[in-house]
Design a binder for this molecule. Sequence first.
Ligand SMILES: C[S@@+](CC[C@H](N)C(=O)[O-])C[C@H]1O[C@@H](n2cnc3c(N)ncnc32)[C@H](O)[C@@H]1O
Length: 229
Amino acid sequence: MSGVRPNLRLVTEPAHVIATRTFYDAIAEDYAELFRTELDDAPLDRALLTGFAETVRREHADPSTVEAGCGPGVVTDQLRRLGLQVRGIDLSPAMVALARRTFPQVGFAVGEMGRLDAADATLAAVVAWYSLIHVPEGDRPAVLAEFRRVLRPGGYLLLGFQAGTDTLRLDEAFGQQVSLDFHRLDPDAVVAMTEGAGLELVARLVRAPERRSSAAAVPQAAVIARRPG
Ligand SMILES: C[S@@+](CC[C@H](N)C(=O)[O-])C[C@H]1O[C@@H](n2cnc3c(N)ncnc32)[C@H](O)[C@@H]1O
């Protein structure tokens, strides 16, 4: 059969998925060290996670939760301490290995947030804490649809992100030549997108830039939405 190469494996992963994995695999150890104590110095983030976990637990006796894009697992473990039955998934095998080593009491797996390893309507909550920021605009509705698919009726979604409309392109991080886009997201557009995915708004929060770190030097936002039912 001319022209057919049966051993050729089709690469179907989107470019942003490959770029994100490459970036975080290269910097996992340095990133984890920098953000190891990220929550200790962020009382408003801790308050938000606490309020979110309590909201979920109040309505779901089985608070099964996935943190999508868990990185080194600091937030995943915080959600566990707050009473959620949480597991973390991340594109980067290096991040997942690191998270497992640091928090052996939590389950972590390599995975992609656009294709979650969870059956329809089985989760009480999905958290995407500063991870949707790496998904290009055109791909975000499909990711939101995936979050809605896995949430039970009455299940909650929490999105954390830097607020804005621009995209920061890093071509170097921790001395490594790796490139990645960090999209700042317009909170109103995120609300519209969650509503477009069939979720209803619970909270939209924006806070002013802070001096505590360069990562916090732009406005920070969170959106909580709920699958009706
Ligand atoms: C800025 S870090 C945030 C990590 C963690 N949520 C935290 O706040 O410490 C973004 C993480 O999201 C992951 N990520 C980005 N896009 C993803 C995708 N499509 N599927 C799974 N993980 C993804 C990256 O690999 C990275 O570990």
